[in-house]
Design a protein around this ligand. Structure first.
Ligand code: TXA
Ligand code: MG
Length: 354
């Protein structure tokens, strides 16, 4: 079905009530609405209605065996859809509403179409007030993956959603740019501890404040551990990818400059960098894609997906970014970057000859 896709801004709060009501009508009729969260935009449908899940998969062009997260307006709503534990409530008190998704055994009301055939369901109560208001108006849990076409970078603005979903869904709620910019932390519970399946803004150290132990799934920092051996690195595990060839580099600023100059003869090159390095890198002839000044990773996290989309708008043939450490507060960034790069990492030694 072809839709005329309407973008509804939530910035004028006096008009929002009417917008939420219309959005809820669309959800109750079994159709889809894209909505903002603090992580990325979600493509939402009624999580108790099997056909909505099918429509989500179809709109994204995503295989139907990939389970969806269900979004609730309040942490305690999880009890209606999942078998919660005491640890869930300890996590909820510390991190919810917020960027944490918890996998628990599902209740019958959640159809297998939503969980990709699994007996478990992923539950998240988003930190975004817009998201919670929308869910509250719907009166049902909202199943939602990121609102991008399968394989492309997750959307962090309503415009990104529109670029991917125009004609595929009737409505996009526009809450402005997402604060965090990377998808939520996903964990499963294991007694008094948990397993970290996807890193996000709730870090391993933060989880350790509440859980007795945190096991980090190997695939988090080593995508090749995710399944069968890939035919070639970067084919099977390419995710969040721009069309431009994205490469991570390890080395100092000088080595990266040499590398950028060597790339210039192979077409238009972009480099993702902090504001302070923009001039230095621009002098090599590369197009700079800057994310701000913060060195903690928050600015880069917020901007990464948006810059990868920008690289394609600029029709760059390749994009380079300096690799971040695979641990601590950088783990989520590393995880997304290594996937977007299809595991392409170039180590620039001091003696390298370009
Ligand atoms: O921040 C987010 O989590 C965003 C916003 C929209 O909430 N949503 C999101 O959804 O990133 P999606 O579908 O792109 O990612 C869901 C992740 C996938 O890695 C999926 O495999 C995992 O959660 N997942 C969902 N249900 C699961 C389950 N029952 N068991 C294991 N993994 C599950
Ligand atoms: Mg996604």
């Amino acid at each position: 079905m072809e839709y005329i896709t309407e973008i509804c801004s939530l910035s004028d709060t006096s008009a929002n009530e009417e917008i939420y009501e219309r959005a809820a009508e669309i959800i109750k009729s079994g159709s889809l609405v894209a909505f903002p969260t603090e992580t990325v935009y979600g493509l939402g449908g009624d999580a108790t209605y099997p056909d909505a899940a099918r429509k989500i998969y179809a709109a994204k062009g995503r295989p139907g065996d990939n389970p969806l997260i269900i979004h609730v307006a309040a942490p305690e709503d999880a009890d209606k859809y999942a078998v919660t534990t005491e640890l869930y409530y300890r996590l909820a008190r510390r991190f919810m509403p917020g960027p944490l998704t918890v996998i628990m055994p599902k209740r019958d009301i959640i159809p297998y179409e939503v969980t990709g055939g699994l007996d478990t369901v992923a539950v998240r109560c988003p930190g975004s007030q817009y998201a919670r208001e929308f869910i509250k108006h719907c009166g049902v849990p909202i199943a939602a993956p990121s609102a991008n076409l399968s394989g492309s970078p997750s959307p962090t603005t309503a415009k990104h959603v529109y670029d991917d979903m125009c004609g595929r869904i009737p409505m996009i709620l526009d809450g402005g740019p997402c604060e965090i910019g990377l998808e939520s932390t996903v964990i499963s519970l294991d007694g008094d501890g948990c397993k970290l399946l996807r890193p996000g803004a709730v870090t391993e150290d933060m989880l350790l404040e509440v859980c007795s132990h945190v096991e980090v799934a190997r695939a988090v920092i080593d995508p090749s551990a995710a399944g069968d051996k890939p035919a070639s690195p970067g084919m099977k595990y390419k995710h969040y990818s721009p069309k431009a060839e994205f490469t991570l580099v390890e080395g100092d600023t000088e080595a990266i400059c040499r590398y950028l100059r060597s790339m210039a003869s192979h077409g238009s090159v972009g480099v993702i960098c902090a504001d302070r390095l923009s001039e230095t890198y621009a002098a090599t002839g590369a197009t700079t894609l800057t994310y701000g000044s913060d060195e903690t990773g928050a600015d880069l996290s917020r901007s990464l997906f948006s810059l990868l989309r920008r690289a394609d708008e600029l029709k760059l043939s390749s994009v380079v970014a300096r690799a971040v450490p695979p641990q601590g507060e950088y783990m989520a960034l590393y995880n997304r970057m290594i996937r977007a790069a299809g595991c392409r990492v170039v180590r620039l030694g001091a003696s390298d000859n370009y």
